[in-house]
Design a protein around this ligand. Structure first.
Ligand code: PLZ
Length: 460
């Protein structure tokens, strides 16, 4: 047998390409999948995963990818995190389900205690647990309508809130989320958001633009809630201009409207704080959580002012699996990991490592129109060179070429944006510095190479 010196082996947490991407075993699985799984559920990078890590994913062909996506902002604590795996195993061995509405258990209560302690504001809070982000958003709307006796739901441009009928209606983008799925749910109204790169508006002005429209076209007294992502996720990692969220929240308070922060993607340390609302000292009436909360197990939460949450009649909220004990055990392990390893600080360190490099690259690559984000929720928006402001022309082909080049080189990055022209980074918060550095190097090369090819194409 050949002897291999240890230094010749790729370190287990670094990138390693054993085959072309996707490799033969992934391709074989993909053929099986095509015959069994509907094509309506798509996969960005069809490599079939065998194992996770603290920032890596290893596929069935032995390719090890640097994971800068965390399964869309879910596995921030690692994949799996030891505390999550331990919690899940112990709970699965004890009991897997009872239905909290039949015979309750401590884990559900503990998760709700954590939510009360961690979400912004020191007021009395109550929570309900569900299975997903979309279901949590649905329930926030139910609470707001029941508590206010009003029906209107206000959302903003570029919003993403889920794929169920109500949340799909609340979601802005037609393709792929809404196209052909109508009719949509009544009483959902969309107003402009704050998009500094495109509208250049100061936050308070952007908020006034939105609230003026609510007042003139809907009527404040018809509005149950305003639902907004403190940093927009699928819509393009748009950080609103400072002052937008506080002004919107204040308007809600002044008008008896429930202010709901959809922190499904931004929550649980992702943006460098437990919740993104904290960056502007906004205290939402209801905070919606999911994703990062439970380290990969399905769990969503609605946490709100006690008087709102308890305004719903008993049994008005619930579901068979909501707050499943195994998911709750996972959440307690994930939250303990965030606390012990101070993952909010880790997210801020990731921002400090990534942003200067992308900004430096933007100096040389005119297709990078904007670099933005907070903590470990960061993105570059690609536009046709020389276009800017409201007239900036989105370049989704550029973003797609960058993502594909990263995938071929063993780095998982995702795209987003209403026009699909944004490459986003959602690294696990526990990613090691040198692994992140290697991933970023691949991303930088992908952007530079795409720019060269692009220039050659537009100036042959
Ligand atoms: N609210 C802010 O980001 C989910 C969805 C990807 P679920 N985002 C990723 C896709 O193509 O479906 C999300 C979100 C915000 C709600 C949701 C919905 O959360 O757990 O996917 O239902």
């Amino acid at each position: 047998m050949d002897t291999v010196t240890p230094s010749a082996l790729p370190a287990a947490r670094h990138r390693h390409l054993a085959t072309a991407v996707p490799g033969p075993r992934s391709q074989e699985l993909h053929r099986r999948r095509a015959a069994a799984v509907t094509s309506a559920v798509a996969s960005l990078l069809p490599v079939y995963v065998a194992e996770g890590g603290e920032g890596t994913l290893t596929d069935v062909d032995g390719n090890r990818f640097i994971d800068l996506g965390s399964g869309i902002a879910v596995t921030g604590v690692g994949n799996p995190a030891p505390a999550v795996a331990r919690g899940v195993a112990a709970q699965a061995a004890a009991f897997t389900h009872t239905c909290f509405m039949i015979t309750p258990y401590e884990g559900y209560v503990e998760v709700c205690e954590e939510l009360a302690a961690l979400t912004p504001g020191t007021h009395e809070k109550r929570s309900a647990l569900v299975n997903s982000g979309a279901e949590a958003v649905e329930n926030a709307v139910k609470v707001a309508r029941r508590a206010t006796g009003r029906q209107g739901v206000v959302v903003v441009e570029h919003a993403f809130h889920g794929r169920t009928y109500l949340t799909m209606t609340m979601t802005a983008k037609n393709m792929p989320y809404r196209d052909g799925f109508g009719p949509f749910v009544a009483e959902v109204h969309r107003v402009p958001a704050s998009y500094p790169f495109r509208d250049g508006l100061p936050g308070p002005d952007a908020a006034r633009r939105a609230t003026a429209l609510i007042e003139s076209e809907i009527g404040a007294r018809n509005v149950a809630c305003v639902v907004v992502e403190p940093i927009q996720g699928e819509g393009g990692f748009v950080v609103p201009a400072p002052g937008f969220l506080p002004a919107l929240a204040q308007w809600c308070t002044a008008n008896g409207v429930v202010f709901v922060a959809d922190e499904v993607q931004t929550g649980f340390c992702r943006t460098g704080a437990w919740f993104a609302s904290e960056h502007e000292d906004v205290v939402p009436d209801i905070v919606v959580t999911a994703k990062g909360m439970a380290g990969g197990m399905p769990l969503g939460g609605i946490t709100g002012r006690a008087e709102l949450m308890d305004a719903v009649h008993p049994s008005g909220l619930g579901g068979t699996y909501g707050g499943n004990p195994v998911s709750c055990a996972a959440a307690l392990g994930a939250i303990a990991t965030m606390r012990e390893r101070d993952l909010a600080a880790a997210a801020r360190r990731i921002e400090a490592a990534v942003v200067p490099r992308l900004r430096a690259l933007a100096e040389r690559v005119p297709a990078i129109g904007d670099v933005r984000g907070r903590g470990a929720m960061l993105a570059a928006e690609f536009v046709r060179p020389g276009t800017a402001g409201p007239d900036a022309v989105p370049d989704p082909a550029f973003a797609k070429a960058v993502a594909s080049a990263c995938h071929a080189e063993g780095v998982v990055v995702l795209t987003c944006g209403t026009h699909g022209n944004v490459v986003r980074l959602l690294p696990p918060l526990v990613i090691a510095d040198d692994v992140l550095d290697e991933g970023l190097g691949v991303l930088e090369a992908a952007i530079t190479d795409t720019a060269i090819t692009d220039t050659a194409r537009s100036h042959p």
